[in-house]
Each structure stands twice: as C-alpha cells, then as structure tokens.
Design a protein around this ligand. Structure first.
Ligand code: UD1
Length: 429
C-alpha cells in the first residue's frame, strides 16, 4: 500500500490550483441518470471516488467519455460526457456501492426515471453510523414503496411515477437533499423540501438540473420548491472549485508559514472557515485569481469552533483545523456536531506530540510550539490530510501510511504541495 513520506519545516510559497469539488462532481455525475440526453461536466477532478462512481454508472448503462485529454493525463480538470440513453440495470450492487457512500444517491434518479431501483446499503468513511433513514423518509413521501431485502433497499414508484409532496427533513442532510431534489424533478406535481442542505454543492447540482430543464426555486436557501417536469434534456455544466481542498491548503500554509495563492478558489463558499482562520492570525486576501494566504512568522492564536451545516464551519475541515490548533499559543475547543465518530485523527495527531483530549463531541487542544515528525496511519479522507499538513509543519520525517483515503478526495496532493516547496514524496508498496 502506498505511503507518503515528508520532511517538515519548509514554508509553502507559490500557487496551488484548486481542483473541481469531489462533493459536487459526484452528485452531478449521478444527475446524468435523469435524462436520455448527454450531460457534459467540465472541471471534473481525477479522483478515486470519481472513478468508482464511473464504474457504478457504467453498470447502469451510462456511456462515459473523457474529452480533450487521455484518461489519467495530468493537467486541468477533465471534461466528461455522461450519456444515459438507456438504463440497462436498476440495481446498484454491493461490491460497487459499499466502497463509497455517495453512490447510494443513484436511488433518487433511478426511481424517478425508471420507477424502480434496487440499491445496496452504503459504505464509505467510517465516521459514524451514517444511516439512510432520511433518504427513505423523503422517497416514501414522494409515494415510493420501500423494502429492505438482504442488504438492499428495494424501491418502487407508484403507477405513473413519483408524486410531489411537502417534505420537512428533521435533520439537515446533504445526501438526502441531493437525492430528493433529483427525484422530485421528474415527479408529478410540486415538491417542497424544507430544512434542505444549503451547501454550495447542492446549488451546483440544482443549477445543473435547471440547465437540464428542471423547474426549481429557492436555490441556495433552506426551502427548495420543485415543479415536476416530464423529461429532462442534456446540458453542459462546470463543477465548482473544491472548498474543502481550498480550506485544507489555507490551513497548511497557516501551519508552515509562507505565502500561497489558491488559484480559482471561491472564498464565499467557505466564509465561516476563512473567518475562523483570520482570527487565528492568518492574513487572507481575495485577489482576481483566487485567495491569498500568508503567515510570516507570527504565532497562531487559539480559536474555538463548532462544526455546522453550511454556512457554518464545515465538518470536512475539522481535522485540518485541529492540526492547526495543535500549534496555537494556547488552548482551543472544537465541537463536532455533524458526525458522532469523527475524531479518529486525534490519536494519530498525538504521535506528533500534540496534546488533545476528547470528551464526547468536544475536543480540547492544548497548543505547542513545535510538533515532531512521526509514523502515522490515515483513517478517513479528511483525517488523512490533517496528518499530511501536520507533517509539513513538524520537525523531521513523517510517514503517512494507508493513503488510499487521500486519493479518494485530493487530486495530485504531493505534486501541488511539492511545487510550493514542501519536501514530500509518494512511496509505492
Ligand atoms: C456529505 C459529504 C461529506 C460531508 C457531509 C456533511 C459528499 C459526497 N459527502 O456527506 O463530505 O462530511 O456531507 O457535510 O458530499 N444522517 C442521518 N440519516 C440519513 C442521512 C444522514 O441521520 O438518512 C446523518 C448523518 O449520519 C450525519 C448527518 O446526518 O450525522 C449529516 O450527514 P449528511 O449531510 O447526509 O452527509 P453525507 O451526505 O453523507
């Protein structure tokens, strides 16, 4: 299994291009199932999760093409066409779905277009129980009949297809919002989704659906209203830049010091995280080409944060922020409110000498002047990258083992950091 080896202590200086957002690319790819015409996506990142979803979509009969550049070639994001002319199979099997939770979301479009779906219960990062009750609640409200059969969710639409409904989610869920939004575009009548997730990736998908002919109002708010249509058509849509990658590199630069331009970043997509970062003493400036992050030897102030659904501080940046706080000049508190088991990086950060204690959802981080390099193990996607950025700031050598999680969500991580002065390499085997 590949490892990352790095020598800490170098400042980061230069430019880092921000890739297309994984969490937008995945649901946009899934939206292609809603139409028999091609959906063209631009700026799709080259990631293991994208490849995995390609396999799942191909299994349903989607033809996938990559334009202008060969598969696997380096460079800017991919331009890809997803053409679901005929859905040949409405089953998403266990061996494909179990590797990535977002693949469960195909249940919405399949049910809307084919009136049936059989989708394995999901897998993905082990960051809590991550149930699917909200998805099933929403789909049932649209008239679907649901059975659980040998680890599969078997869903059937009523005769004539799904029917619009008023759905109030008891809890904000990104995945359930994507899924019900997509399903409602082809339902008969009007659907209202209250307490919808407002993440920028939801907006990206909603705007894609509108470009495909869907009728949606309230985009970007807590209430989405969808007027069902008979069919959707093809469209060409850009994947938004990855706000989690942006925040991760911003925190890396904050930890190592230096001056980095995050090219193509959209600061408004991570304002809460940037406000928090500014309070730690990092200088941030918005430039025409992106976001500039600077820290010139000043200390890092401790700042308390709580993760929340958008527009709050994202849970996907919690581990990276904790890494930064291990170097603050004092004690900070981090409260994780989205997932119940998202502190697996704490034990690994301790190997660098970090002083962190956890009590339920609350972590207390007592900052130290200097971390020391260590052998650590990547546990989930965002936790893994927190170990890499801790290693960049630590003294001496760090080896991050089991980095396949990183390849799921970060495009060309070593290359992007290496170009800015980090001493980092991938060791095969
Ligand atoms: C998405 C993101 C993930 C991010 C998370 C929260 C993608 C591909 N993944 O994951 O990176 O960390 O949003 O911002 O976009 N829940 C239920 N029942 C359900 C569904 C969810 O209780 O049926 C709970 C979850 O266990 C969790 C909370 O709701 O505690 C939020 O989860 P959700 O927003 O659904 O996360 P994902 O869509 O899986």
């Amino acid at each position: 299994m590949d490892r990352i080896r790095l020598i800490g202590g170098n400042e980061l200086n230069g430019e880092i291009p921000i890739s297309g957002a994984k969490n937008a690319a995945l649901p946009l790819m899934i939206a292609s199932l809603l139409s028999d015409e091609p959906l063209v996506l631009q700026n799709v990142p080259r990631l293991a999760d994208v490849k995995q979803l390609e396999r799942i979509l191909e299994n349903h009969g989607v033809d996938i093409a990559v334009h202008g550049r060969r598969r696997g070639e380096e460079g800017e994001g991919q331009r890809m066409t997803f053409h679901a002319a005929d859905i040949v199979d409405t089953t998403a099997p266990y061996d494909l779905v179990s590797k990535m939770r977002a693949s469960f979301w195909v249940i919405g479009p399949l049910l809307a277009r084919c009136h049936e779906a059989r989708v394995s219960l999901p897998g993905g990062c082990a960051i809590g129980t991550r149930p699917v009750d909200l998805f099933l609640f929403g789909l049932k409200a649209l008239g679907a009949e649901i059975d659980i059969d040998e680890g599969y969710v078997v869903a059937r639409a009523p005769k004539g297809g799904l029917v619009g409904a008023h759905i109030t989610f008891p809890k904000v869920s990104v995945g359930a919002t994507h899924t019900i939004l997509m399903a409602a575009t082809l339902a008969r009548g009007t659907t209202v989704i209250d307490n919808a997730a407002q993440e920028p990736e939801i907006t990206n998908v909603a705007e894609c659906l509108v470009a495909m002919g869907a009728k949606i109002s309230g985009i970007g708010t807590r209430t989405l209203t969808i007027e069902g249509v008979e069919r959707l058509h093809g469209a060409t849509v850009d994947v938004i830049p990855d706000r989690i990658e942006t925040g991760t590199f911003a925190m890396a630069a904050a930890m190592t010091g230096g001056n980095v331009l995050l090219k193509g970043a959209r600061p408004e997509h991570l304002q809460a995280a940037l406000d928090t970062l500014a309070r730690t003493g990092v200088a941030l400036s918005v430039e025409p080409e992106g976001l500039r992050v600077r820290r010139n030897g000043n200390g890092i102030q401790p700042v308390d944060v709580e993760t929340d659904p958008f527009p709050g501080f994202p849970t996907d940046l919690q581990a990276q922020f904790m890494a930064l706080m291990t170097m603050a000049s004092g004690t900070s508190h981090i409260r994780e409110t989205i997932f119940e088991n998202r502190y697996m990086h704490v034990a690994e950060l301790a190997r660098f000498g970090a002083d962190i204690s956890v009590d339920g959802q609350l972590a207390t981080v007592r900052g130290k002047a200097q971390l020391k390099g260590a052998q650590v193990m990547a546990t989930d996607l965002r936790a893994s990258v927190s170990l890499v950025i801790a290693g960049l700031a630590a003294k001496g050598e760090t080896v991050v083992n089991r980095i396949y999680h990183l390849d799921r969500g970060f495009e060309r991580l070593e290359e992007k950091l290496g170009r800015c002065g980090a001493e980092i390499e991938r060791v095969a085997g």
